[in-house]
Write a protein that binds this ligand. Structure first.
Ligand SMILES: [Zn+2]
Ligand SMILES: [Zn+2]
Length: 389
């Protein structure tokens, strides 16, 4: 385990450096406690209510299924504010903090503590440490994306329950490299996604190691930790906002045609579709960490931001509303929001945490009424375009 040394950060890093070792240990112990206390870590018991809500039995003739409830933006957006709902959303089990974000944060902390070279060694770009980052990113992404694909689509551990469509992934389709969607998706993820994610991570550590970022000089360790924790809460918000605007940009005609259409080749989505992007899209998508370059004090803040971008596409593209991981125990996948985007293209560019789609008029709540509304909008637009020609 390492104590991060960020030379030249006058005062604050030195003053809190000694506490990092303890903090890393505490975080590890806390994570281990939770993991033990809740077998299967981020699992939750499925209540009767949840089951009946989530398992609306109707599957149409095309093999499509939808949840029986509309998508609702997170209560932090309610106006007038609803503090009790927001508190529950944040702290209840299962909630925004645990398991959703603490699970990913635990991976970031463990990765930083055990699978990252010393910051001082990363002052100059050298092949050996970049190779270490690349190898462990390759393993982490393969385990997560491959693991989810294995359980959902090879082992078929929950069959078609809560699956959005029963259509199989194309295997003889020229749109895909190797004429095979899953192999195509794996290729883009591992050959482009992982190297570009690793490049951003390497640049981040190099910037920290050379004191180009992380200079904030707080007068007390308390101020440091308050900002450190605030950034942990902010990271999913930053991810959500950055993703929305980057994604809208990618739907500009030129960028869509040359780059983003590759991601949209995936109509039936699975975990490997999440990072199946053109390298230019990977560069835009992972640039979310640049925000942390401007405000982060500690590399863990930046690493957490990178990990959210690297890991979240697996559950958000898994093709299931919830993942069953043990008898009667479902893990919320939350991918129906983004599934609508792959289905209809012109809606749900962001996520349901920050309702930018609502504010910009592109929100689809997943219901049949929203389907009809969208069709009507498109029909009107076609008519307007025909009238102006
Ligand atoms: Zn798109
Ligand atoms: Zn997608």
């Amino acid at each position: 385990m390492k104590i991060p040394q960020v030379p030249g950060c006058s005062g604050i890093f030195d003053s809190v450096a000694d506490t990092y070792l303890d903090t890393d240990l505490r975080l590890w112990a806390t994570w281990a406690f939770w993991a033990r206390a809740a077998p299967g870590s981020c699992l939750r018991e499925t209540s009767d209510q949840n089951m009946s809500d989530a398992t609306s039995p109707e599957r149409n003739k095309r093999g499509e299924w939808r949840p029986s409830y509309p998508i609702i933006p997170a209560p932090i957006n309610d106006w007038p504010p609803s503090p009790i709902k927001t508190f529950k959303w944040l702290f209840a089990w299962p909630g925004f903090i645990w398991p959703e974000n603490l699970f990913w944060l635990s991976i970031s902390v463990l990765t930083w503590a055990f699978l990252t070279p010393e910051l001082a060694a990363m002052k100059t770009f050298e092949l050996w440490w970049i190779a270490i980052l690349f190898a462990r990113n390759l393993v982490l992404i393969s385990l997560l994306f491959g693991g989810m694909h294995y359980f959902l689509y090879i082992k078929k551990s929950q069959g078609d329950r809560l699956r959005f469509t029963t259509k199989p992934f194309p295997t003889k389709n020229k749109r895909f490299r190797f004429n095979h969607q899953v192999r195509d998706n794996m290729f883009h993820t591992l050959a482009s996604g992982v190297p570009i994610l690793t490049a951003y991570e390497a640049i981040t550590y190099w910037l920290f190691a050379n004191n180009h970022i992380g200079f904030f000089d707080f007068s007390s360790p308390i101020a440091f930790w308050v900002w450190f924790v605030a950034l942990l809460f902010l990271a999913p918000v930053i991810h959500s906002i950055h993703f929305y605007f980057g994604h809208r940009l990618l739907h500009v005609k030129f960028l869509y045609k040359h780059f983003h259409s590759l991601h949209h080749n995936n109509v039936q989505i699975g975990p490997w579709s999440g990072l199946a992007m053109h390298p230019v899209e990977h560069i835009i998508y992972f640039s979310t960490v640049v925000v942390q370059w401007l405000i982060a004090l500690h590399p863990v803040n930046a690493l957490y931001q990178i990990h959210l971008a690297g890991f979240l596409p697996a559950p958000s593209h898994c093709g299931y509303e919830k993942m069953n991981v043990a008898r009667g125990v479902d893990l919320s996948a939350g991918s129906y929001f983004h599934y609508q985007h792959h289905k209809h293209f012109e809606c749900n560019y962001g996520g349901s945490m920050i309702p930018l789609d609502k504010w910009f008029g592109t929100f689809h709540d997943g219901t049949e009424e929203a389907d009809q509304q969208l069709r009507e909008q498109l029909r009107k637009r076609r008519e307007d375009m025909a009238a102006t020609d």
